[in-house]
Design a protein around this ligand. Structure first.
Ligand code: NDP
Length: 444
């Protein structure tokens, strides 16, 4: 059995019931096979892959809080500190009922390579809880966040582990978490990113993942003699990533015709009116179906099916495994030629393989959504310097980082004889830097 197959079999055996983690490890290891086979003896002796797939530490804790009826509720809280070879752990906190240890391990594992790709000194981690902020009052969300941070504050710090937002964690939650961290530790430091602008946040952080996604999409299109202007785009989700991907795609001349949430999707043949979506999602915390109340010419469809809409470019920006083989085939049949992932692992393994085999341009989330964490790292730099850069400065740095990520993935794919396979390219480029650092630091 090859080293890669051996490690994958061990991961499945030793991490039962963690399907998403198995899936992420398999995708990464398969695409690294060329590199690993070439260095097998050295890596085996150092148990490099065994160490790579085992988190340095997982903290799991109880989160008790009191709801508005005076009832005590208990949620599960986690922080997976996956790999600190190239910097302090960095990665978001997810609040969603589907959260469990396996999902956070998949996200933390992916984060290690993503963070490496940005070229910035950040290790990989991820955390969260099965708490559902949807339908909760502000006071309930605050009570949960304070209880969660009371425990988490023992394990994080500006030079140790710096969490950020993810699904269900936006400006409101980061504010409550930061307030409690400060209260517990007495430290006013850059321990969280995605903070409000008045207390250490960075301009562009809110827009960063969506903007970065479109910057790297644009780069991939240009490298393949295509352009974004004039193209029709379908985007799933209507949260932070989807909204700002829509904004940047529209600024660059594309027409975005669909958005969704977990209940259904809207289709607006004239192009999505983003101010309407922002009002529904960012101000009123409503559902995407409300869009048709303001724009009656648009159509709302309950349930899945967004990938059957005809488009040139698809940007999945909601959640893991939201786009399967059938969806991938429907996209291709309707003329879609490029897919870039705003969400983490939104395409199933079969869908990803189909994109690559059918010659579609495909940029995996690890590279495509790295603009969020990259701008978080820029927030950390500003906090350390006690300075705030202008919107234009941060945006220019973000764009530069995304252009560089494309170049690294493109170059690594070419070096290993799989030109145009940006999945392999991104994994190889991210992996090389982490391996070098792990080798240099001895058996830790
Ligand atoms: P938000 O919570 O702001 O939005 C998530 C969106 O996806 C919502 O529209 C939500 O709909 C939808 N969604 C969530 N779960 C499901 C589901 N199970 N089925 C269908 N739709 C779903 O999150 P973000 O925009 O921040 O994150 C979206 C993705 O991008 C995630 O994969 C995240 O890990 C990834 N990402 C985010 C980064 C960031 O900076 N925010 C950085 C890098 C990656 P509903 O409201 O109905 O739940």
């Amino acid at each position: 059995m090859s080293y890669v197959d051996e490690i994958y079999a061990k991961v499945v055996e030793q991490n039962p019931g963690e399907a998403e983690f198995h899936q992420a490890v398999k995708e990464v290891l398969d695409s690294l096979k060329l590199v690993i086979d070439a260095n097998e003896e050295k890596y085996r002796k150092m148990a490099l892959l065994e160490r790579m797939v085992e988190p340095e530490r997982i903290i799991s804790f109880r989160v008790p809080w009191v709801d508005d009826n005076g009832q005590v509720q208990v949620n599960k809280g986690y922080r997976v500190q996956f790999n600190s070879a190239i910097g302090p752990y960095k990665g978001g906190l997810r609040l969603h009922p589907s959260v469990n240890q396996g999902i956070l391990k998949f996200l933390g594992f992916e984060q290690v390579f993503k963070n490496s790709l940005t070229g910035l000194p950040i290790g990989g981690g991820k955390g969260g809880s099965n708490f559902d902020p949807k339908g909760k009052s502000d006071r309930e969300v605050m009570a949960f966040c304070q209880s969660f941070m009371t425990e988490l504050s023992k394990y994080i710090g500006a030079d140790q582990d710096v969490p950020a937002g993810d699904i269900g964690v936006g400006a409101r939650e980061i504010g409550f978490l930061y307030g409690q961290y400060k209260r517990m530790t007495g430290l006013y430091e850059g321990v969280l990113t995605g903070k409000g602008l008045n207390y250490g946040g960075s301009l562009v952080r809110t827009q960063a993942t969506g903007y970065g996604l479109v910057y790297i999409l644009d780069e991939m299109l240009k490298a393949n003699n295509k352009e974004l202007a004039g193209k029709t785009v379908v985007i799933s989700g209507s949260g932070n990533v989807a909204i700002y991907a829509t904004e940047k795609a529209q600024q660059l001349g594309a027409k975005v015709v669909a958005l969704s949430d977990s209940n259904g999707y809207i289709y607006d043949k004239d192009g999505i009116k983003l101010d309407v979506v922002k009002d529904i999602k960012e101000v009123r915390r409503g559902r995407i179906k409300e869009y048709v109340n303001t724009v009656p010419s648009a159509v709302y469809t309950e349930g899945k099916g967004i990938w059957t809409i005809k488009c040139d470019i698809a940007l999945p920006c909601a959640t893991q495994n939201e786009l399967n083989l059938e969806d991938a085939k429907a996209l291709k049949a309707n003329g879609c030629f490029a897919v870039a992932e705003g969400a983490n692992m939104p395409s199933t393994r079969e869908a990803t393989d189909f994109f690559l085999e059918s010659g579609m341009l495909f940029m995996p989330g690890k590279a495509a959504n790295a603009g969020g964490v990259a701008t978080s790292a820029l927030e950390m730099s500003q906090n350390s310097q006690r300075l705030a850069w202008t919107f234009e400065e941060v945006d220019a740095k973000l764009k530069d980082i995304m252009v560089n990520i494309f170049a690294k993935a493109d170059d690594a794919a070419k070096r290993y004889g799989v030109a145009g396979n940006y999945v392999a390219g991104a994994n190889i480029a991210g992996f090389e830097k982490v391996v070098d650092a792990m080798m240099a630091q001895g058996i830790v």
